[in-house]
Design a protein around this ligand. Sequence first.
Ligand SMILES: [Zn+2]
Length: 462
Amino acid sequence: MKTLIRGGTVVTATDQYRGDILIEDEKIAAVAAPGGLIPEGGQISVIDAAGKYVIPGGIDVHTHLDMPFGGTTSADDFESGTIAAAHGGTTSVVDFAIQYKGQTLRHALDAWMAKADGKAAIDYGFHMIITDLNDAVEAEMDALVREGVTSFKLFMAYPGVFMLDDASIFRALLRTGANGGTICMHAENGGVIDVLVKKALAEGKTAPKYHALTRPARAEAEATHRAIALAEMAGVPIYIVHLSAAEALEMVTVARDRGLPAYAETCPQYLFLSYDNYEEPDFSGAKYVMSPPLRPKETQDRLWRGLAGNDLQAVSTDHCPFCMKEQKELGKGDFSKIPNGAPGIETRMSLVFDGGVRTGKISVNRWVELTSTSPAKIFGLFPRKGTIAPGSDADLVVFDPNRKQTLSVKTLHMKVDYNPYEGRQVTGVSETVLSRGKVIVENGKFTGRAGAGSFVKRSPRS
Ligand SMILES: [Zn+2]
């Protein structure tokens, strides 16, 4: 099977040029100047990309599909979530498997493999969330790295549920020094937050906005600093997930200025929404209840500067949708019972293009880097994914930089009953999407198949 993508502007993290791309089976076979590729023999399908960008498929390294949380389960499973991702130009996700207390990592991985198997429409990998670390679990970390689950997520928040103490975190960090894994950290001071939440509820403060008011930016900054310090003492890199606060970004910047391998991602919600959303009337603030919470509007510029200057290396989504009806509603009268999370897997590429590239905050190359190449490199998917080069997987997006789309729950494909960006117009839309050489979205229509996505073994740090 051969496909030729003709006449587009090829954009990678480093280059931008007019070129044609030849795909054979699942891989990119050749890239050449326009008209330079005349494939011989066999059937060939041609995709006209004139006037469009051709970019490596988006890679979202932070999603929670089919995830139990707070007595309910995130609304998108691996089928609806990955189909929505494909519509938005994302062709790989790295989701999170959860080890619950008393379980082995193997048990957790098997459970999440079963959730994705036969359902995922795009390729996927897993980070392993460790909530219970003992000698046996430490040894299991090595086995997982060998099997391509090369990153582990730890929590400094949610005491009694997910939180690990500093000693356990430090042990896990040390282990990755030996096995080549990477630790991802949810950096918020869970102890402080717990006290603030209890105090607020005791004072009768129950509205959604108190979710944000009980999770201070300093609690994120403190944990970010501590996480980086623990990693420094262990002599290993660290990756901070969903960084939201300017105060936390300062900690990453200081560490990087000292030459430490500290990495961090932010998410579109922190770039486009703010604390003000919690002040929306009635219970609407619940739409934005996520952790860390949305921050003051001024933070957005700081985060964009972090992205432009490489103090932040990736934009992922933390896609974790819960419907307002029956799910977010669980927290009516008690903000601490509102399931944490919001949808975003489908809107990331367009939002960051529209709000970042079109405004001149970042270049088109940096956009590709932040949404695909850099996460691929950090998490062991590069060069199989995250770039356009002979031998790489033909995960490609034909992206129309001029087409406009109004983001709305009515037209998006995520299985959730609201959208945090409802009514927002973006310019720049993913038009045709290929996953390992196969067209899975054609002009906004899904043509792929649930179950066509494969588990991807990721490489350890070399
Ligand atoms: Zn998350």
